[in-house]
Ligand binder design. Sequence first.
Ligand SMILES: [Zn+2]
Length: 200
Amino acid sequence: MKAKKNDILIVVDMQNDFITGVLGTKEAVDILPRVREKIKRWKGKVIFTRDTHQKETYLKNSIEGTRIPLHCVKGSSGWEIEESLTGLVKDGETYLDKYDRFADPMIAMKCTGIDRIEIVGVCTDICVLATALSFRCAHPDIGIYVDASCCAGTNPGKHRQALEVMKSCCINVLNDERMRGGRNDIRAAENVSENKTENI
Ligand SMILES: [Zn+2]
């Protein structure tokens, strides 16, 4: 589907700490070129989100602080959006800092008059999932798309699980490897049944 001006691309938390920093993964590094291409080609508005914490309050006052190592401290290099993506930022694109939250519901509430939302970024099973669901709750009847090839989870298993949950919530998952595998499986199954028919 070709993006229009009133289509919004949300690039979730593509910050150094989630790519090469304290919470980085090989998968997050791997998706970078595809995220870059996606942003370059996008015709509509682009919103970047930044997970943002304050060192002083993170460990004391946040639930996240009891479970996840300190990350994305405001003003640190780990908090910055990955350098090759910031070069793609054009006028009118927005940065939104999310303080101690998985997804700011206000982002979804403020986005009105749109036809289609596409979401990419990290982590599939935390902030991408939370963002997709907050949009699904705020806008029950718009098309919400998540490009699986431009998302990375805290690990590959949780990435997959999160995609499945999103599909359950009527979110369209693009470039889903399992779907491609599934179609092959269906073809294989059809061939088997054709062969069986021939044998009969
Ligand atoms: Zn965080």
